[in-house]
Design a protein around this ligand. Structure first.
Ligand code: MEV
Length: 420
């Protein structure tokens, strides 16, 4: 059985890490070359992706290891500019696997498209007409995407709400669409646009906006974990984490930062796979506020045995096909590396990652604080700037931290000492 546990992975060279990932994920040599090539996305492709292209902006891609989700091992590609994020996720995933790992589920790949109807005289009456014609609406929308329907997707339901707005009452029609392995923006927007004339005809109103909702509240992914108190360093640590969570639960100022930590992981993996980070971020934060008060996206509780139980529920509109995933060569390999079979499975992996990212952050905050870790990264940067490498670098970093003297000049002094 293959495992994503690799002790000392961070000590390997970049090339050796890639070799290990290739072996673990069973991707081809060609795919490995794509990952290793900083110009895998060439200018020509880039020029077709967006407008006014003048170059390509690169970011580091790393992998989170140690993830055991539903009994299966994953190595998760992450693209981020923030140090500590990938190491923290890998670390927390190690805690989780000691007790059987993380377990996940999803509500299906269901997107919502909104059709805004204004100027309806008898708006409640019109709402009933829309609902009465549900089957016809479904049929007309599905005719726009026979391929999606052929594969088992398409409009599954139609909902209609009357809302009060600054511009008067409006009828909002929701198309509830199963987009299968696509993020689905194109599919649902096409459907919403195409159904507009019919909605106008049956309501007597005027259709205004026709666009998907990023509050993908019917496309939820969930993850749960129990981490043994012994793994965390005792029941004290469990209590500390729960106290930190209670702060986020009660205070939106803290909840925003708590959720930022979750998204540190999720957005990095969403980015690596070529999915739309803004769609995921807006969905997450809107869902966090769905009760009318902004809340943390995770919950931390104590089990009857005194262990730590964590859970997350978050909208996850990600796809395996289409968008940048189809164009960006590195994103394509990142998806292959994950070995997921469906977009929903991809979303579940992201939920598990978000939960672990949050555990790592809250554990550090509730125990030693983030600055110690930052200090070691800072020392590592300073030693690198001073020109230290390999074993000497490790020694220089340790000395600078122990002596709380992190300066380039001091690093150079130490290097001289160690190279004697
Ligand atoms: C930093 O990028 C993320 C944290 O602030 C998250 C948190 O406070 O929970 C450490």
């Amino acid at each position: 059985m293959k495992t994503s546990v690799y002790s000392g992975f961070y000590k390997l060279s970049v090339e050796d890490r890639l070799k290990e990932v290739v072996e673990f994920a069973g991707i081809s040599e060609e795919d490995a070359k794509v990952i290793a090539d900083p110009n895998a996305l060439d200018l020509d492709k880039a020029d077709h992706m967006v407008e006014n292209v003048i170059g390509i902006y690169s970011l580091p891609m790393g992998v989170a290891i140690n993830f055991l989700i539903n009994g299966k091992d994953y190595v998760i590609p992450m693209v981020t500019e923030e140090p500590s994020v990938i190491a923290a996720a890998s670390n927390a995933a190690k805690f989780a696997r000691e007790n059987g790992g993380i377990f996940t589920s999803n509500t299906g790949s269901i997107m919502i498209a909104q059709v805004q109807v204004i100027n309806v005289a008898d708006i409640n009456y019109a709402r009933n007409i829309v609902l009465e014609n549900k089957e016809k609406i479904k049929e007309m929308c599905n005719a726009k995407d026979p391929i999606l329907v052929q594969h088992g997707g398409g409009v599954e339901d139609v909902e209609a709400r009357v809302i009060d707005t600054l511009a008067g009452k409006m009828l909002i029609v929701h198309l509830i669409v199963n987009t299968l392995d696509a993020m689905g923006a194109n599919a649902v927007n096409t459907m919403a646009e195409s159904i507009a004339p019919y909605i106008e005809q049956i309501t007597g109103g005027k259709v205004f906006l026709r666009i998907l909702s990023n509050l993908a509240a019917k496309r939820l992914v969930r993850a749960r974990v129990v981490v043994k108190k012994e793994t965390l360093g005792g029941e004290e640590v469990v209590n500390s984490i729960i106290t930190a969570y209670a702060f986020a639960e009660a205070d939106p100022f803290r909840a925003a930062t708590h959720n930022k930590g979750i998204m540190n992981g999720i957005s990095a993996a969403v980015m690596a796979t070529g999915n739309d980070t803004r769609a995921i971020e807006s969905g997450a934060h809107a869902y966090a506020a769905i009760t009318g008060r902004y809340k943390p996206l995770t919950v931390w509780e104590k089990t009857k045995d005194g262990d730590l139980a964590g859970s997350i529920e978050i909208p996850m509109a990600v796809g395996l096909v289409g968008g940048a995933t189809k164009i960006h060569p590195t994103a394509q390999v990142a998806v292959k590396m994950l070995g997921v079979k469906t977009a929903a499975e991809l979303g579940e992996v992201f939920a598990a990652l978000g939960l672990m990212q949050n555990l790592a952050a809250v554990k550090v905050l509730a125990t030693e604080g983030v600055q110690r870790g930052h200090m070691s990264l800072h020392a590592r940067n300073v030693a690198t700037v001073a020109g230290a490498k390999g074993e000497v670098l490790e020694k220089v970093v340790k000395r600078m931290i122990d002596e709380k003297n992190v300066r380039v000049e001091y690093a150079q002094e130490l290097m001289k000492e160690y190279s004697k």
